[in-house]
Design a protein around this ligand. Sequence first.
Ligand code: NAX
Ligand code: K
Length: 500
Amino acid sequence: MHEDGTLHSIDGLRRLEANAARRLGDDRALMRRAGLAAWHAVLAHWPDARRIVVACGPGNNGGDGHELAMHALACGRDVSVVGLPATSPAGGTAAEAVRRYTEAGGRSQVFDGRLPHADLVVDALFGIGLHRAPEGDAARLIEAINSHGAPVLALDVPSGVDAGTGTVPGIAVQASHTLEFMRRKAGLWTGAALNHRGTASLDTLELETTDFDGVEAVAMRWTVDALAHALPARRRDSHKGQHGRVLCIGGDHGHGGAIVMVAEAALRVGAGLVEVATRPAHVAPLLARRPEAMARGCDVLGGVTLEGSLAACDVVAIGPGLSQSEWAREAVPWVSRAGKPLVLDADALNLLAESAWPVVPSDTILTPHPGEAARLLGVTTPDIQRDRLASARQLAERHGCTVVLKGAGTVVASPGRRPVVIAAGNPGMAVGGMGDVLTGTIAALRAQGLDAFEAACTGALLHAAAGDRAVLEGGARGLLPTDLSPWLRRLANPDFPDPR
Ligand SMILES: NC(=O)C1=CN([C@@H]2O[C@H](COP(=O)(O)OP(=O)(O)OC[C@H]3O[C@@H](n4cnc5c(N)ncnc54)[C@H](O)[C@@H]3O)[C@@H](O)[C@H]2O)[C@@H](O)CC1
Ligand SMILES: [K+]
């Protein structure tokens, strides 16, 4: 079976292991495959590595390490296995791997505070069996791996990372590359784990369909390739009215730029018409930058002005720069009564957290960053980050609508849908205004006919992928949200020939 885009929990992976071992009638077979796959990864990434240090833990992750060490030895490499002191000898399948390595003439040593010189360090300390933060010798060995200087290949999981949730409870290996076994782990694709994983690849260890009996993926992983099919082709005889009309509401005094960025992104992603309701003072600068937008200056966010705009639009994007003033609060009953699909961001979410909004309809999209998500759930930001997948699901259930939990490894959740984790984006995108661009992107897709969940997933991916293209032009520091504009357009048109 090839990679299928699924992400799994630790429980799911355990079940998968058990099913496959039962089918194969030999619980050593998977570890042998894992060791061989790891050796192939070494040959693919570091073919010239002569001296290889393999740091092995007491469990089956360490068994994978011994299997790899055995292949490296057989190919004439200078291999040192380094184990943890004072741990009981490996049992079960790992013991068999240790025996094979030793019988092949392999050397092992106990970690004494230093690692030997090497061209490559393999991290086979802990995989999905990590059950607490590494301490003592384990922590010191991880520290030695991180300060060694050679590239680091992590087997299955960078040791110290919780592969189920993505949290890092203490110290963790800083991998150059992680080779995942069997299936991708949900925790390696979102949150703090992204600081440790390096690049990543998967070896499925030749699992078969029947191994998945009773195994449910916890999420799907979307990569930039998904954009090829995400957006419907345009009819040749289409007109602007068929590409949706977005009404953007926000930009109180002192925050005029936010709603301009929403409008610009919505235009670049293909909305047919974009109207902005903002403070009168912000109309002229908006039109000077983006004459394609329609703009309404409102000292009162309600009444006839807003009612007409609300009636005409297909989607309302509200929140960026909105503030929580009386001006902002006035908009809420009007917008709620209009019955249009909503994208709520920034201060609209803060108003939701303090129950200023009535119950939001099920086709609403909320786009909180972790701080806003924490306010919505009445918890702290670290609570949200401890398990981003669970937090997004909980928020979606609580409000009965789609949630885009922003941050490294954006998570999209909706009741009754399998969550999606976005495998794109970069730290250059951690800058004010980036969320406003996301709001406009999602609203434009919604206006063009995608349902709430599709618009949220596709919008989050389009936005992250545009950020990944824009960052190549000059690096992460100083990347501006509006730098994404040309890339949003480019990536929203996957059929257009790539000029590169
Ligand atoms: N079971 C199988 O069929 C397969 C397992 N595989 C490998 O086995 C791994 C899972 O193996 P295990 O379940 O043995 O778990 P691990 O090898 O990930 O770790 C469990 C061991 O580490 C110890 N440990 C956990 N956290 C610790 C900490 N903070 N400080 C000190 N010691 C700690 C545990 O007491 C236990 O001895 C996978 O990640 C994968 O690499 C692969 O070989 C594929 C097949
Ligand atoms: K590992």
